[in-house]
Design a protein around this ligand. Sequence first.
Ligand code: GDP
Length: 454
Amino acid sequence: MAVSTIFAQATAPGRAGIAVFRISGPQSSRVLAKLTKSPLPAPRRAVRRTLWSADGLGAEPIDDALVIWFPGPASFTGEDLVELHIHGSIAVLSALARELKNTYGLALAGPGEFTRRAFDNGKLDLTEVEGLADLIAAETEAQRRQAMRQAGGALSRLYEGWREKLVNALARLEAAIDFPDEDLPPDLIPAVDHAMAAAEEAIGLHLDDGRRGERLRDGLSIAILGAPNAGKSSLLNRLARREAAIVSAQAGTTRDVIELHLDLGGYPVTLADTAGLRETVDAIEAEGVKRAFDRAAAADLKLLVLDGTALGTERPLVDAETAKLIDDDALLVLNKADLAKGSSGPAMPHEIAGHPVLAVSALTGAGIEQLVEALGTVAGARLALGTAPALTRERHRAALERCQAALLRGMDAELPELKGEDLRLAVQALGEITGRVDVEEILDRIFREFCIGK
Ligand code: GDP
C-alpha cells in the first residue's frame, strides 16, 4: 500500500503567536512547492514564504509563514517532511487545514502517527518513543531528566546490550545443536550458562529498584490522614496556596479523596486528602474511613495530622485509629500549633513513639516551609535518579520478569534443545521492550498515548 501524506498541528490547539503544522510523506515536496508557489528551499533552513490558497476562484494568500524543508530520511519521521510556522489564530489554522485537506487531499494524522512513522522507519525504538511521550508529558524537573535520558536511548542501550549477549549465546548453542554428528564442544554449555546467569543477575538488580523510575513518572503518593477536624483539609489548602508548587488540582474519583499534584524541589508528588479516621456507625462515613485506610495502605508516604489543641487536655494527642498507621512510612505533623503554643501550655513534643514530629499551623502558615522541605527530602530520597537508567514502565517490568524466568529455567535445563528454547523466549521478551519483535497489539497501545500532531 502506498504511504499516505499526513498533516497535523504540532503545537497545542487554541490561539497563540505562532503555531506549527507538520506535513510528512511522499507528497510533502509537491505540496510545499505549490503552497508557496516557489521552488523548494535549501534543506533544513528556515525561510519566509507566503502560503497561497488554490481553493475557490482566485489564488489568495493564507498567511506569511516560516517554512522548513526536511527531505527524508534525515527528518523526524524518516520521510520527506515539512514544517510550516504560521500565525496561531483559529482562522489561519483552519484555512491552512482546509487547504491541505481539500486542495491537496492530505489526511489529518491520527494520534501518535508521526512518531509511529519514525518508529517504522527505524528512527526510534519503543523505549525511545516512550521516553519522548514522557518528555512531552513531563511536569517536573526530575521527570524531564528521566524522560530525556530514556528518549536519548539509555534504556534502549541497556536492554539491547543484554539482548545482544543472549543472541550470541543462542547462536553458538544452535550451531552446535544443528551439527549433531559432532560432539558439543565441552566448554559450550558452561559458557552459555554463564551468559544467561550474567544477564539474569543484571536484570534482577535492575528490577529491584524500589520502582523509583515508575514512581517518578506517576508521582510519589502521599496520603494526608488523621482524626476529623485535625486540620487535614486546611493543611492541603495551605500547601496548595504555595502557588509555585502547584501543578494541578483535581477532585479524586471518590468524593472523599481530594488529590493535589505538587512539584517539590523538582519531584512530582500527589497529595491526597482523606476522610477523617474514626470509629463510626454511619455507613457512608464508615465507607469514607475505609477508603482512607485503603489510601494509607497504597500511599508511598503517610502524613499523619494530629490536633495540637489536644495537648494538655484529656483528649489523646494520637487517637487510636491514627496510632495504627504510625510506621517508617509515616511523617507526623502536629497541627494548630498557633493554639497549642500558649506560654503557659505544655511543651510541644518533638517526637512520638520514636518518630519526629513537625509542629505546623495550617491557619497561620507557621512551619509549612519546613514541612514542604521535609516532604521534598523524602521525595528526593525515594525518587532521585541513580547513575544507571531506571525502569520506567510496568510494560518493561513484565517483559523483564518473563525474561528472567526463562533464563532461570534455561540455566536448569539439561537438554541443549530445551536450554535453547528458554534462551529464545528470554531474547524474545527483551525484544518486545525495544520493539525488535513485532507485536502489533503492543504498538497500538504505546502510540495511543500520544495526542494528534506528535
Ligand atoms: P479536617 O477534618 O481534618 O479536614 O479538618 P479541617 O481542615 O476541616 O479543620 C477543622 C477545623 O480546624 C476548622 O475549623 C479549621 O479552621 C481549624 N483549623 C485547621 N487548622 C488549624 C490551625 O492550624 N490553627 C487553628 N487555630 N485552627 C485550625
